[in-house]
Design a protein around this ligand. Structure first.
Ligand code: SER
Length: 341
């Protein structure tokens, strides 16, 4: 008998790090991970089988299929929005073809063990696209189906993969004489920018917020690459992980859509700086906007409407902006950099 497990791709990234910690703290065993990079030793010891490899390696996916009965997939592997702009074809390869591979993998798993495979997919506010800051301000809180004309390769990839997931969940091989039952239970969350006290992102465009906080906590100066009035939604990492687990636990019949916005707070960059300065009064943070990265952040909404997530599966974040700083970020980040200011 193949062993029943959870598979997490991109496990060495920021979300993977927190997700594995949370799953293992709650007693979950049977976690298999796939990442090009090695896991932190603290995280690796919580994993049954950390596999070093690529989601583009089909032979490797076949071997995982042969060894394990995967019931749930957290497909976190992706190239983020800034990095993807430098290598768009490679980003498409990882973000789209990699996701297609994992959807086929899920379908094959479901066929193998006869049960639907839960497929959790982190999408992003990058799927939205405004053509001007005026349009962004006028739009306010956007719903899932509005303004979906992304200006980045990453945003295009995420938007398309949401559609691919819905196809696998509801319409896969619909013309086959004996059309296979929907064996991929695809569920996606459009995350805002995420801020962790324990890790820093790399290659994203919402990175200015976490970078600012982590730099101040280490006594390093920070040159912020967006204007002070820049506003997009953010969320504390524990709420992002809780949201994924809550969506995974939701009764399928209650889910009216496959993709959900979630929201917590949406400070301007200036407001983030003010909170950082409250905690680290000596911090040196100035403004050196990069017009190109600024344009990407300006194309993202300043707020999203998450009423569907709240109604369908009870999404309710723990941390507003003030609590995210006072109860989560600042205490943990001080412990993380004990020789900081
Ligand atoms: N935080 C991501 C990025 O900046 C967006 O999902 O690329």
């Amino acid at each position: 008998m193949r062993k029943p497990v959870i598979l997490i791709t991109g496990a060495a990234g920021e979300i993977g790090h927190s997700l594995i910690q949370r799953l293992s703290d709650s007693g979950r065993t049977g976690i298999v991970t796939l990442d090009l990079k090695p896991l932190d030793p603290e995280i690796a010891r919580r994993v049954q089988h950390p596999i070093a490899g690529s989601i583009l390696d089909r032979a490797l996916l076949e071997s995982i299929l042969a060894e394990y009965a995967v019931d749930t997939i957290y497909h976190l592997a992706a190239q983020l929005s800034t990095r993807a702009e430098f290598t768009p074809v490679a980003a498409h390869e990882v973000n789209v073809n990699g996701t297609l591979n994992l959807l086929e993998f899920a379908q094959a798993q479901g066929r193998g063990h006869g049960r639907p495979v839960m497929f959790l997919y982190p999408s992003s506010i990058a799927v939205y696209g405004f053509s001007s800051v005026a349009e962004k301000h006028a739009a306010g809180r956007v719903r899932e189906y509005q303004y979906t004309e992304p200006i980045t390769m990453y945003g295009c990839n995420k938007l398309y993969c949401e559609q691919l997931g819905r196809y696998y969940a509801r319409h896969y091989r619909q013309l086959d004489a004996d059309a296979p039952r929907a064996l991929v239970d695809f569920r996606a969350i459009r995350f805002p920018g995420l801020i962790s006290a324990f890790t820093v992102p790399s290659g994203g465009t919402s990175d200015y917020a976490p970078e600012m906080i982590h730099a101040a906590a280490q006594g390093r100066e920070y040159h912020c690459f967006v204007r002070p009035d820049t506003r997009i939604p953010f969320m504390a990492m524990p709420d992002a992980v809780d949201a994924m687990l809550a969506l995974a636990a939701a009764d399928r019949d209650r889910l009216s859509q496959t993709v959900y916005n979630i929201a917590a707070f949406n400070p301007s960059a200036e407001e983030i700086r003010a909170l950082v300065l409250e905690a680290f009064p000596e911090a040196s943070i100035d403004w050196q906007p990069d017009t190109k990265r600024q344009a990407i952040v300006d194309s993202w909404p300043e707020a999203v409407d998450d009423s569907k997530a709240r109604a369908d599966w009870g999404f309710a974040p723990r941390y507003g902006l003030a609590e995210a700083f006072s109860d989560y970020l600042i205490p943990n980040i001080r412990r993380r950099y004990p020789s900081g200011p």
